[in-house]
Design a protein around this ligand. Sequence first.
Ligand code: C2E
Ligand code: MG
Ligand code: MG
Ligand code: MG
Length: 292
Amino acid sequence: HAKSQGKASYCVFDPHMDDEARERFELERALRQAIQTGEIVPHYQPILHLETHEVVAVEALARWQTKDGCSLSPARFIPVAEETGLILPLGAALLRQACSDMARWRAELPQSRLHINVNVSERQFHDPEFVRMVTSTLEQTGLPATALTLELTESILLQDTDTCLSKLQELDSLGVRLALDDFGTGYSSLSYLSRLPVHALKVDRSFVSALTSTDLKARAQSEEIVRAIIALARALQLEVTAEGIEQQSQYQRLCALGADHGQGYLFTPPLPATALTRFLAQKTALPRLRAA
Ligand code: C2E
Ligand code: MG
Ligand code: MG
Ligand code: MG
């Protein structure tokens, strides 16, 4: 009965434990161990060029599959990893795995220009060793910096702006690309956006799903928001990726509005590395998409 989310995901722990603090402690202990034993690995979700359907990148998304068959959502364990500081070793291990997988795919598959997107959380980005860690990971895995996109959220960029800006500039000068994740949900100031070396905006899934809402007002609003984000991206010469595309009609609206790239269950959910290799090897694997 192991489910990826909700109550069932507690099955690795004592079911009678109702003390929140103890439960948290248990999760932390299990997380620490999982990091050591390599139980948390990246899965990969392709990001497609919406017009050509070419896979341009894959996003690494952490998956924790415990030995007793439980699967925990990153929405549950990433925040614990953040609070405990375990995100530093975990994030470094995930980045290394993602970069080395991508270096191999670029060498072995026809898609030699594929990019890898890796999520970075607040604590990781603010760690003084962060840029050094990224640099040495690229060196050790042989992945060119230009093949790596780091996904950051807007909230990360709002604090300690000077240090933050110089970090972003350092990464930019290495050739690493930066994408703003969940764009539109945070505090987006136009002035900071134009000052930051950011390369792409990822339209949050909530706007994409609202594009086909039965609530017509919500639908019209999300349409205007997506239109505005795309206009902003055009003005600043950024790429736009839409996340969470589940329906053909959402895909069609996004094409019509002019989004560049997209990802979502319509194309494929995140896949384990071996399945992604197969997905990339067979060009015909994509669903038959109707153009807008
Ligand atoms: P995110 O970076 O915004 O990732 C997109 C999320 O949307 C992923 O959830 C992905 O599986 C899900 N998704 C993709 N397509 C669809 C779709 O069509 N419909 C729906 N309903 N969902 C879709 P996931 O994998 O559960 O990750 C949740 C969040 O956890 C991520 O949001 C990211 O913020 C964080 N996360 C995941 N992996 C990592 C990691 O390695 N490091 C860090 N720091 N954070 C991570
Ligand atoms: Mg992301
Ligand atoms: Mg996102
Ligand atoms: Mg999101």
